[in-house]
Design a protein around this ligand. Structure first.
Ligand code: GLC
Length: 581
């Protein structure tokens, strides 16, 4: 009797011996710390921010150098070798500017300084130089929607209705009953308007009262904020992640937002209203185009491009507008859809196709699995699927962003009530909006405070209880760890243009299996990615037949079938790949 097609495929694979050939050297052995010198032209038409991988540092929690329990810039500098060994290309640092820290740096009181808790401008310059010397780009956070209420601009603005800076913020008269001018709500709970008794008007704040919204309809404010970009570009930064961009402009007529019929208890109080007049207003695209013009006139010393990455949590069709008319907007409007799409092969596959299909011509995709605002991927999906998710992130078409700690599988950390820091959790307690659990200190080693701080001061947030086992030092010594997997994925991505810049072709997979091919159009080289998003063993797609496992999330040579929670990259070994550096 003829064997079933599946059995024949498995048998063929055995005959071709491709599953049983001697193992490739462990990925670390053929990892080469190759990097272009900053600014050197790439061998093809792709920019560094297209080929590269971004790593987000949340500086309060990365590395403390002075023992005060809060991370700082010299701390980041001292850990750059971790990033270089990991194999990322750019580091985005969350805000480091002077700030009363009501929202932990997202309330800026001086856009062109460094908060003493993080260090000094000299520390910053040293960090940029040290990063560039390692071929790492530096991306800063730009917070244009709001300043701190302690910013000198706001102090002036609130001093009198006649002050020249009055119109740099959004002021309105009370409603006839003395209440707020309209029904707009703050993202962090409560009304979005705060009354100022001195001048008898309300000011608008999309977030905390300590974060008054800047008025981008005022030309002087706009010019001052664009100068902020110039200041940092002149200091050598390679780009910006632009905070909360969808909130930048509000309805000129200040119309009430309509009620949201889908709101239910347990959802954020701000979602009681549809944010029709406070978010994603059409005028925002002119402002982004202005930012982009400034960015484009600041090519680096070697003619390299600067990058602008926009933060906007929007449906795919609305997100696409943030690339701008004729790509005059952000190079990378953050794509957060992996954070909210159900973790099932069909849904994720459909998301990728929908996103790819929606991209305007010439627009470059990007993907995000986590950040300082969202539950960690290992907590959302479990540690086994977090490995599959890492392979997805680093093999999809487009620029990936890795959040600090994801490379070792850090989990959300429960925060006892007395240690809560996040203002969102304080304002809207116990509904799960608190972001402290994803901001706990980076776990470097099994020593005291996980190597995050060596001082007497307690870290500003508690350490994860698992830090004795889950840390960089332990995982660096374990060839199958999450860290080793990340290093191997990043090395493979660097070695394989098919993965960094190749095309994306979906492939039919078995139940629970998300499969696609990445093809380098220049050379025709094809790699197959097959991800088992479930806990059952599954067939590999036919296209894998006779090809070899280049990388498995199990960190071994693969198996004839896809094991539970396994992801693989399959292909013919590339000529240069197995030769040690
Ligand atoms: C962005 C930041 C978040 C901050 C908010 C207000 O969403 O990522 O951390 O609280 O903007 O600035």
């Amino acid at each position: 009797m003829a064997p079933s097609p599946v059995a024949a495929r498995v048998a063929n694979r055995k005959e071709s011996r491709s599953w049983f050939e001697p193992p490739l050297p462990a990925p670390m052995e053929h990892w080469r710390p190759w990097r272009p010198r900053v600014g050197l032209a790439m061998p093809d038409e792709h920019a560094w921010w297209q080929r590269g991988v971004v790593y987000q540092v949340y500086p309060r929690s990365f590395q403390d150098s002075n023992g005060d329990g809060v991370g700082d810039l010299p701390g980041v500098l001292s850990r750059l070798d971790h990033l270089a060994a990991l194999g990322v290309d750019a580091v985005w640092i969350s805000p480091i500017y002077p700030s009363p820290m009501a929202d932990f740096g997202y309330d800026v009181s001086d856009y062109t300084g460094i908060a003493p808790v993080f260090g000094s401008l000299e520390d910053f310059d040293r960090l940029v130089a040290a990063a560039h010397a390692r071929g790492l780009r530096v991306i800063l956070d730009y917070v244009p929607n709001h300043s701190s209420d302690r910013h000198p601009w706001f102090i002036e603005s609130r001093s009198s209705p006649a002050n020249p800076k009055r119109d740099w913020y959004v002021w309105r008269d009370p409603a006839p009953d003395g209440g707020p001018p309209n029904n707009w709500l703050s993202e962090f709970g409560g009304p979005a308007w705060t009354f100022d008794a001195t001048t008898g008007q309300y000011y608008y704040h999309a977030y905390l009262p300590e974060q008054p919204d800047l008025n981008w309809r005022n030309p002087e404010l706009r010019a001052a904020m664009l100068d902020v970009l110039r200041f940092w570009f002149d200091r050598g930064v390679d780009g910006f992640r632009v905070d909360a961009i969808h909130h930048l402009i509000e309805d000129a007529a200040f119309r009430d937002n309509p009620p949201n019929p889908d709101w239910k208890p347990g959802m954020s109080p701000a979602r009681r209203l549809i944010r029709a007049h406070t978010m994603d207003q059409p005028e925002v695209h002119d402002e982004i185009a202005d930012m982009r013009r400034v960015s484009d006139t600041h090519a680096d010393a070697h003619g390299g491009e600067r990058v602008l990455i926009g933060e906007a949590y929007l449906p795919i069709d609305r997100l696409m507008a943030y690339y701008g008319a004729d790509l005059s907007g952000f190079q990378l409007p953050f794509n957060f859809h992996l954070l909210s799409t159900p973790w099932r092969a069909r849904e994720i596959g459909a998301l990728v196709e929908r996103y790819e299909a929606a991209l305007p011509p010439g627009a470059w995709p990007n993907w995000v699995l986590g950040n300082h605002d969202r539950s960690r991927v290992a907590s959302r999906l479990g540690p086994a699927q977090a490995r599959v998710a890492a392979m997805l992130l680093l093999t999809l078409r487009g620029t990936p962003t890795i959040y600090q700690g994801e490379e070792i599988g850090m989990m959300d950390v429960p925060i006892p009530p007395e240690r809560v820091q996040d203002p969102w959790e304080r304002n809207v307690p116990s509904l799960g909006f608190g972001r402290d659990p994803v901001r706990t200190p980076m776990q470097w080693d099994a020593g005291p405070n996980a190597g995050f701080t060596r001082g007497a001061a307690e870290p500003w947030l508690p350490l994860a209880p698992d830090h004795g086992a889950v840390n960089v030092a332990a995982q660096a010594a374990d060839p199958r760890s999450m860290l080793s997997l990340h290093r191997a994925l990043l090395a493979l991505r660097r070695a394989e243009p098919a993965l960094s810049v190749g095309s994306y072709i979906p492939i039919e997979g078995a139940e629970d299996v998300l499969a696609y091919e990445r093809r380098d159009t220049a050379t025709g080289r094809r790699l197959l990615v097959a991800l088992n998003l479930g806990g059952q063993e599954r067939e590999l797609p036919d296209a894998a037949s006779g090809r070899r496992t280049l990388l498995s999330t199990y960190m071994d040579n693969g198996a004839p079938r896809l094991r539970p929670d396994e992801g693989v990259v399959v292909g013919e070994p590339a000529a240069g790949l197995s030769s040690p550096a």
